[in-house]
Design a protein around this ligand. Structure first.
Ligand SMILES: [Zn+2]
Ligand SMILES: [Zn+2]
Length: 159
């Protein structure tokens, strides 16, 4: 089932919800701020066409990459190589640590699912059935939506 993660406009916390045509209000667990939402049958079926938060139709897709994990892997690699250097092992050893961890990172990254994100309100959609129809991030679209409040009505720019 598709899950939606809204960002609380009051405190910035994530609000996780399942699409439900009967829910018209979501509440932030952290600050109790309430936000109006509108779900339709598409979203309940896992189809992303309209944003339940801002009613826009402009989304982009990206890997559900956990940046914290990437940083942790890099820190572990740095610690291991420092220890290796300290105990007197040659550079080929700590170099190989980085290669192994890089491969791990690459493997994890490759396995991650695609998520859909609303340009306008940054709501995040996971397990979207039509994710293949949603193009990747477009800087020009993002700038025009965020800074000049342009509405593309679900028709992405071609380039
Ligand atoms: Zn909040
Ligand atoms: Zn939105």
């Amino acid at each position: 089932m598709m899950t939606v993660q809204f960002t609380c406009k009051n405190c910035g916390s994530g609000i996780h919800v399942y699409p439900d045509v009967h829910s018209t209000l979501i509440k932030c667990d952290v600050c109790s701020h309430e936000e109006a939402v509108h779900f339709d049958q598409n979203q309940v079926d896992g189809i992303l066409k309209d944003c339940p938060g801002c009613q826009r139709k402009d989304f982009y897709s990206q890997k559900d990459f956990n940046r914290k994990l990437g940083v942790i892997i890099f820190v572990i690699a740095a610690i291991i190589s420092t220890i290796m250097l300290w105990v007197g092992l040659g550079p080929q050893w700590y170099l190989s640590t980085f290669i192994v961890l890089y491969a791990m990172d690459f493997f994890l990254f490759r396995r991650l699912n695609l998520i859909g994100i609303c340009y306008k309100c940054n709501a995040i959609f996971r397990d979207v059935k039509n994710i293949k129809e949603i193009p990747g991030f477009n800087h020009e679209m993002n700038d025009r939506i965020v800074y000049s409040d342009h509405d593309f009505h679900g028709k992405p720019l071609d380039h």
